[in-house]
Design a protein around this ligand. Structure first.
Ligand SMILES: [Ca+2]
Ligand SMILES: [Ca+2]
Ligand SMILES: [Ca+2]
Ligand SMILES: [Ca+2]
Length: 407
């Protein structure tokens, strides 16, 4: 369940936020977890974070899996041409482990340029407090079976790394959700709009970066809870050459960020989405977006109790995916529901199989809608070992009619 901390200050802050909320603010349509949620990233897919995951390795709870993916909706027929990581982008995990909104360490990942469709890129993985190490990406193939995932383990730190194309693990009916939200906003909530049950992400691949990290490297001195924030950054200036290519210079500027799924896509009004992506968890905790989030939830009919629960996740201590390292985890979350006894998943971190949309719908509807969007799991099976995601979906054989897409 949602961790509830500092309940008194929470309610004071939310009472203030509620008082300031713009009643009647229209909820923006939800596009995805965080796929192309603002104009600044929709035109920059290489830096557009779609989802962030943080969970205890179900086979060894002393390890934490951190993952972020970018550039969604890669079609299997194009997986060779589209399968590389932008060498100008810095991919970053911010780790918060003292309970405030300020990150305490960062993990930076960057990639060498792609020089061939058949050769891997080289990733450089830099923890704040460790020596960097390098690792190859997994090269793609248009064969009927995907290449095996290449996992590299740094012997000095015990950190394992994977980067390459996987099936997009996010599952969600965009259309059904938005039609349901529209019915709520007209004053006649119609849950039957959620019975369409078509996974808008089925059949598509995505660029995944995943780490398997000893929990001891992430844990703070006084708390078992870590916060995880995914960030992408580019240099401030980009200079294009008339001979092709570009060079970059200047300091790093944040392009996208993502922690709790659907905060920016679902709860921020359109004019502030770019600003949200450029802001920080410290900005969140200072209340920069509190009125927008509370206003959207109020328009959706969410009551103060459940606004409090959701704001505790994304506002009071900044938008981080918070994972309690002391809560045992034995699964990837497939088929589990937030109402199950002993539920250990999102918003306690996020496992690939957690039905995040159903969890959000549950709280947005004041814990009354328990059937979600009728898309209950990914379209293909997740992996049994690190990185735990499914292989990229291959081009289909002649005669195969169903390519899994459900548009
Ligand atoms: Ca994004
Ligand atoms: Ca901190
Ligand atoms: Ca999928
Ligand atoms: Ca669902």
């Amino acid at each position: 369940m949602f961790p509830v901390r500092k309940k008194k200050s929470l309610m004071v802050a939310l009472t203030t936020a509620l008082a300031c909320a713009t009643i009647g603010t229209l909820a923006p349509p939800l596009q995805a977890a965080d796929h192309a949620e603002s104009t600044s990233v929709a035109g920059d897919p290489g830096a557009d974070i779609a989802d962030v995951f943080a969970f205890l390795d179900p086979t060894d709870n002393s390890k934490v899996i951190l993952a972020l993916d970018v550039e969604g909706f890669v079609v299997p027929s194009e997986l060779l041409n589209l399968s590389f990581f932008a060498p100008e982008v810095t991919y970053r995990f911010e780790i918060e482990n003292t309970g405030d909104a300020t990150p305490d360490q960062v993990i930076n990942i960057s990639f060498s340029p792609q020089t061939s469709r058949s050769q891997p890129q080289t990733a450089t993985i830099q923890f704040s407090n460790l020596h960097p190490f390098t690792a190859p990406t997994t090269v793609q193939t248009q064969a009927s079976t995907a290449n095996p995932f290449v996992v590299t383990t740094d012997p000095a730190s015990g950190v394992s790394f994977f980067a390459g194309l996987t099936d997009d693990p996010f599952f969600f009916d965009i259309v059904g959700f938005n039609r349901f939200v529209a019915s709520v906003l007209t004053g006649s909530p119609d849950p039957t709009q959620l019975q369409r049950g078509r996974d808008s992400f089925a059949g598509y691949n995505i660029h995944m970066i995943a780490l398997r990290v000893p929990a001891s490297l992430l844990k703070g001195p006084d708390s078992n809870v870590i916060g995880v924030n995914g960030v992408t950054l580019r240099r401030r200036f980009s200079v294009r050459s008339k001979f092709g290519g570009e060079s970059t210079l200047g300091r790093l500027i944040q392009v996208d960020r993502m922690a709790t799924p659907a905060v920016n896509t679902a709860l921020l009004p359109f004019p502030r989405k770019n600003e949200y992506n450029a802001s920080t968890p410290q900005d969140d905790a200072a209340g920069k977006f509190a009125n927008d989030i509370v206003g959207t939830l109020t328009a959706l009919g969410t009551n103060a109790t459940n606004i409090g629960i959701l704001a505790n996740v994304a506002v009071l201590h900044g938008d981080y995916l918070r994972l309690d390292l002391s809560v045992p985890n034995s699964s990837l979350g497939v088929g589990s529901r937030v109402t199950d006894a002993g539920y250990a998943g999102f918003p306690n971190g996020r496992r690939p199989g957690d039905d995040t949309i159903d969890v959000l719908l549950y709280f947005i509807t004041n814990q009354t809608l328990t059937t979600g969007d009728h898309v209950d799991s990914n379209d293909v099976s997740l992996g049994n070992s690190f990185p735990f995601f499914a292989p990229p979906q291959p081009p289909r054989a002649s005669g195969v009619i169903d390519d899994n897409t459900r548009n």
